[in-house]
Design a protein around this ligand. Structure first.
Ligand code: MG
Length: 301
């Protein structure tokens, strides 16, 4: 039966999915869900319900869902750092923050060159501990997902927070940088551009940037793949370098050579995904109003 959930475009995709295991709905009732992050030590998942200004928590052991935090500063993207702490992108706070082990919260970055950030959207942590995040304007464009405010930066860019706290702009040639992730060897940084929401001529792409040998900068960006349904928002990468990206009709899976291997079809717009579970072979999916998951034959980085 789950075969109807898959659109196989390449033989390689058939090896990455389980035909007898389709996506399942774990919870519904959000307005726009985003930012899933899995916590292996506690076997739970945190995600955002941005317009409802709350974080949700799903318990892997019993399936219970509860509000984790409200108000949540209209948080959007999340990840875990090398110490297992939650790192958050805050629309309303216009910052990147971190939840410490003692429960306090630390603001890691809220301004660049003396001007407020726009509204950090998505975030990844590199193996050297640096935090890379995107800063489009969605959280200040209206009062729906944050506070409508003028943009102080000269555009929408990508930034890096070093472990010492210093903030550096690393990519400045995008319209609305959104989801981002490193290749398994961290030689490539992929960044989705959802600029089509504001600039009709902007292609809905994931761009690929070469990461410098010292791991501190990214350059020579090229359009890597183009979305054929909606926009790429958040995405994650498995240990073989395949890219699992959100899109308008579900999840698109690309090989590291840019081939569309196949799709997991979802009947809502998908905003973001993350790998989790003890084997990191369960893909968690934020899809407009719902949290879903699907077991795949791949493991997240
Ligand atoms: Mg996003």
């Amino acid at each position: 039966m789950p075969a109807r959930d898959y659109d196989i475009r390449d033989d390689r995709f058939a090896k990455l999915i389980h035909m007898n295991a389709g996506p399942e709905v774990l919870w519904t009732g959000g307005r726009w869900t985003e930012g899933p992050a899995y916590f292996a030590a506690g076997r739970y998942l945190i995600w955002s319900d941005i317009p409802n200004n709350r974080l949700m928590r799903w318990d892997e052991m019993n399936g219970a869902v509860s509000v984790f935090e409200q108000p949540s500063e209209n948080q959007n993207g999340h990840t875990t750092d090398l110490q297992g702490r939650l790192v958050a992108c805050e629309h309303r706070g216009r910052c990147v923050s971190r939840y410490e082990h003692d429960g306090t919260k630390t603001i890691l970055a809220d301004s660049f060159a003396g001007k407020r950030l726009n509204s950090p959207n998505d975030v990844v942590v590199k193996s050297d501990g640096a935090i890379w995040f995107t800063d489009p304007s969605y959280g200040i464009d209206s009062d729906y997902e944050g506070d409508a405010s003028p943009m102080e930066q000269d555009g929408r860019h990508v930034y890096r927070i070093d472990p010492d706290g210093s903030l550096t702009r690393v990519i400045d040639d995008m319209k609305q940088p959104n989801g981002l992730a490193f290749s398994p060897d961290e030689s490539i940084l992929y960044v989705a551009d959802t600029g089509k929401t504001h600039f009709p001529d902007c292609e809905p792409v994931i761009r690929a940037y070469k990461v410098s040998s010292d791991g501190r900068s990214a350059s020579e960006g090229v359009d890597f793949v183009t979305c054929d349904n909606g926009l790429f928002d958040g995405f994650r990468i498995d240990t073989d370098g395949n890219i699992w990206s959100s899109a308008g009709d579900g999840i698109h899976c690309f090989s590291s050579d840019g081939t569309l291997l196949g799709k997991i079809l979802i009947d809502e717009v998908v905003s973001n995904v993350c790998f989790g579970g003890p084997k990191r072979n369960r893909l968690f999916i934020c899809s407009t109003t719902s949290l879903r998951s699907v077991y795949v034959n791949a493991r997240g980085c």
